[in-house]
Design a protein. Structure first.
Lengths: 318, 510
């Protein structure tokens, strides 16, 4: 057991305690959490900084606003309902179209007006927010599936998670929805995570739960070797999100839209650690390389250049 | 906040906690173990005499300097006599007096003593004794005896032993024979030794006392010789020559006088008795603190009303339970519903016992979940729905209590202490996790919570720990220390070792 701990340390694996104690507590000032915990504020900040996000259709703030939903989405047959304070993808409903008066979710379930309203009311009352505080629901553009990951997704839209340490992208993965995850790109719910070589944007092996896998469980296609388009743009967006929030250790969730290119979905001030298994590499090693060699005050383009040079897969021990 | 700061704070708190604990445990004798009892002895002297026609005065020598023992309590019992105690040159004395008394009189002195290692023979170095005044023959014998004994000895101790040996030979010793006139009891020998030692300029005195052994009926006082070697008092048994104070010997009075005297009366008879008892250690510690003027007891939980004490004895265990949660979450990595929910469940288990507690908890949560899923269909707003769940939980508890009463099952009744609000929140959280992440994760987290609650219950149920926390609440500072140190633990959690094994290159995909 101690042998395993020593090996993990040698491989520079970051544990939860160290992530919380040494990085989140140190580099993420509490006062800035609301910027990322409230997805509406993140969206507004990103727009100000010229970072592309899914367009906002409307916001449902009160019980009363729920009846405005049909008006908000009149022009948009497809849309996403997202609690602004939801965590880990809880409470997100993706509507892919309509059948008569009913809404059809991406998973194929039909919801009538009433059940959607109930969901919205739950969300507003804080069912999905941390600590159950009152919430608002964002109604936004449904991202259009980019064909790149078609062979590696079961319904839903894959998204790309980049860990950014004080402005430097240090590790990335793409999260691929599966049948088990219900089309959601959430590792907790059974999505596959696939590591990405930071230098080239090419996928590596995947992880399902805690197990390393090489093929997508539903489509059966090999996970490794897929080149993520617009990779440099994604790294640039991720790096700039540091200036946006002032948070030193974040996960930037980017989605690739067929028409609009990379869009920032949300930022996470407590990004998970499964990305290490997807990359089969430890985060701690890369964090330490940054702390030893990186210039954190450089402009975003230089920080990206540093990341691409320093974190070409596989990254050896410093 | 750097680590050094935390280590210093932790060290300070540790020193404070352990220091207070040690002071209370060692100096004040607060019991470290539950139901600890301190051995105490009740010593009793009964004086009987026939009063004369005039005023009567009875004097009893009572314990004052008692190396190895402390006085817990004492009282004087008599009928119609006035009692005063005062310090006489040889020690404390009690005097009963009455102007007129009729018929045989009995009065009692009763004291409770307990062993106290800190109590030493603390009196000051005595002056050199004045040599005894003797006739010429005795004087010559004395000088010769001293010269001979001195030749055969090296220091005060060996001198005394040598001298006592000669005294014990009695008639066979040519010098000692000169002094042997007054009888031959142990006390007489000790008295003789003090006189001879005075001739050699060595301060000595006779101490009388009793052996603290539970004995039925009267005990006889025994004498022991105290000799001062210039630094400390040495003790010698005049008969066996054994050196040192026997550990169970209580010195009652000193000097050549008898234990009691009566003026204005006759037929004085004194009987001594010893009775061993066990008192709760806390009682002894409280008295002792009182006597030493310490406020430790005034500011302890024992100063509170009994009902409040009972509440605190439970409350003081909550931090211990929380520490268990810290260990299980940050070092093992177990997931639970709500941070401290398992502690509250564990508190409820105290009443129901573990197996019943788990069973009842599972039943309530399962039934509550069923109701919750049904309520989901009704599409209620969040707070009204929570209220419904809470009410249902209370009703379920009532129902289970009534049914178990009918069935004659006792544990069902103690259900009332279950934290129903916490259970309602658990049901709500669980149903959300159930819907969002699937049944397996919800059940896993539920079982995780129960296991943590069970462990917390077992730890919080350790009677010794509960006793320690109650008697020494300052030990909670150590809980803070534990939490401080755990708060800076940045190593892996036990379950992470398994979780991250896929990162290791040697662990390849099958």
């Amino acid at each position: 057991m101690f042998w395993r701990a020593r090996r993990l340390k040698q491989e520079g694996v970051l544990g939860l305690n160290m992530r919380n104690g040494e990085y989140i507590l140190r580099f993420n000032p509490r006062s800035r959490y609301p910027l990322v915990d409230d997805k509406l504020r993140t969206k507004q900040l990103a727009l100000q900084a010229n970072i592309a996000v899914p367009p906002l259709y409307g916001v449902i703030r009160t019980q009363h606003d729920i009846r405005l939903l049909p008006d908000i989405v009149r022009e948009h047959p497809q849309f996403v309902l997202k609690p602004a304070h939801g965590s880990a993808g809880d409470g997100i409903v993706v509507i892919a179209g309509r059948s008569g008066s009913r809404y059809r979710t991406i998973g194929g379930t039909l919801l009538d007006e009433e059940s959607l309203a109930h969901h919205l009311s739950n969300a507003i009352n804080g069912q999905f927010s941390l600590g159950g505080v009152q919430d608002v629901v964002i109604v936004e553009y449904m991202v259009q599936f980019s064909p790149v990951f078609e062979s590696l997704s079961y319904q839903g839209v894959p998204d790309i998670r980049v860990i950014v340490f004080r402005g430097i992208p240090i590790m990335a993965m793409v999260r691929l929805p599966t049948r088990a995850s219900g089309g959601k790109a959430n590792l907790h719910q059974g999505a596959v995570g696939a590591g990405i070589d930071l230098a080239t944007g090419v996928t590596l092996t995947g992880v399902l739960g805690t197990e390393v896998i090489t093929h997508h469980p539903d489509t059966g296609n090999p996970i490794a070797g897929v080149k993520v388009p617009d990779w440099d743009t994604m790294l640039d967006i991720a790096a700039r999100c540091y200036e946006l929030t002032g948070l030193g250790y974040i996960g930037v969730d980017i989605v690739l839209d067929r028409d609009r290119g990379p869009l920032v979905l949300e930022l996470n001030a407590r990004p998970g650690l499964a990305i290490q298994i997807a990359n089969r590499q430890g985060l701690l090693r890369r964090l330490q390389i940054c702390e030893q060699r990186a210039d954190f005050n450089a402009p975003p383009a230089e920080r990206v250049a540093f990341a691409k040079q320093a974190f070409k897969h596989p990254v050896a021990a410093a | 906040m750097n680590n050094r700061h935390i280590y210093i704070l932790a060290a300070l708190l540790t020193v404070l906690g352990i220091g207070l604990f040690t002071y209370k445990a060692k100096v004040l004798g607060f019991p470290v173990r539950p139901q600890q009892q301190t051995q105490t002895w009740t010593i009793e002297a009964a004086l009987r005499f026939d009063p004369g026609p005039a005023a009567v005065k009875a004097t009893l020598r009572i314990p004052s300097l008692t190396p190895g023992y402390s006085l817990l309590d004492e009282n004087f019992i008599s009928r119609g006599f006035g009692v005063t105690t005062y310090i006489a040159p040889a020690g404390r004395e009690a005097q009963w007096s009455v102007r007129q008394a009729a018929g045989p009189q009995t009065m009692y002195y009763r004291a409770v003593v307990y062993r106290d290692e800190t109590r030493l023979a603390e009196d000051t170095t005595p002056p050199f004794p004045t040599p005894p005044e003797l006739d010429e023959a005795s004087q010559l014998a004395l000088e010769a005896l001293i010269a001979e004994v001195r030749r055969q000895s090296a220091d005060v101790a060996s001198f005394t032993v040598q001298l006592l040996r000669r005294i014990n030979q009695g008639d066979q010793d040519p010098y000692v024979r000169v002094f042997l006139k007054r009888g031959d009891t142990q006390a007489d020998r000790a008295q003789l030794a003090t006189m001879l030692l005075a001739g050699a300029q060595i301060p000595a005195r006779v101490a009388h006392g009793v052996f603290l052994r539970s004995a039925p009926g009267a005990v006889q006082p025994e004498s022991i010789l105290e000799v001062h070697d210039g630094v400390q008092w040495l003790y010698f048994n005049p008969t066996t020559l054994q050196q040192g104070l026997p550990p169970d010997f209580l010195i009652w009075w000193r000097g050549d006088d008898p234990i009691a005297e009566v003026t204005g009366g006759s037929n004085l008879d004194v009987t001594l008795a010893v009775q061993e008892n066990l008192l709760p250690a806390m009682v002894v510690a409280e008295r002792r603190a009182e006597q030493s003027g310490s406020h430790a007891v005034d500011f302890s939980l024992f100063a509170l009303p009994i009902a409040t004490q009972a509440v605190y004895s439970v409350l003081l265990m909550i931090p211990i339970g929380a520490l268990v949660i810290v260990l299980l979450r940050n070092f093992v990595g177990v997931k639970t519903f709500g941070t401290f929910m398992p502690v509250l469940i564990a508190l409820a288990f105290r009443e129901t016992r573990l197996v019943w507690g788990i069973l009842l908890f599972a039943i309530i949560v399962a039934l509550g979940l069923l109701i919750r899923f049904y309520l989901e269909k009704l599409r209620l707003l969040l707070v009204p729905r929570l209220t419904c769940v809470l009410t249902v939980v209370v009703l379920l508890m009532v129902a289970i209590s009534i049914v178990s009463q009918k069935l004659g099952l006792q544990p069902g009744l103690s259900l009332a202490l279950f934290p129903m609000v916490i259970i309602s929140m658990t049901i709500e959280r669980m149903s959300i996790v159930w819907e969002e992440r699937g049944a397996s994760e919800a059940i896993q987290e539920g079982i995780g919570s129960l296991i943590v609650a069970a462990i917390a219950y077992l730890v919080m149920g350790i009677a010794w720990l509960e006793h320690l926390m109650f008697v020494f609440p300052e030990l909670l500072l150590l809980v803070i220390v534990g939490a401080l140190l755990a708060g800076r633990y940045t190593g892996y959690r036990l379950l992470e070792l398994r979780r991250f094994k896929g990162v290791l290159p040697e662990h390849l995909a099958q």
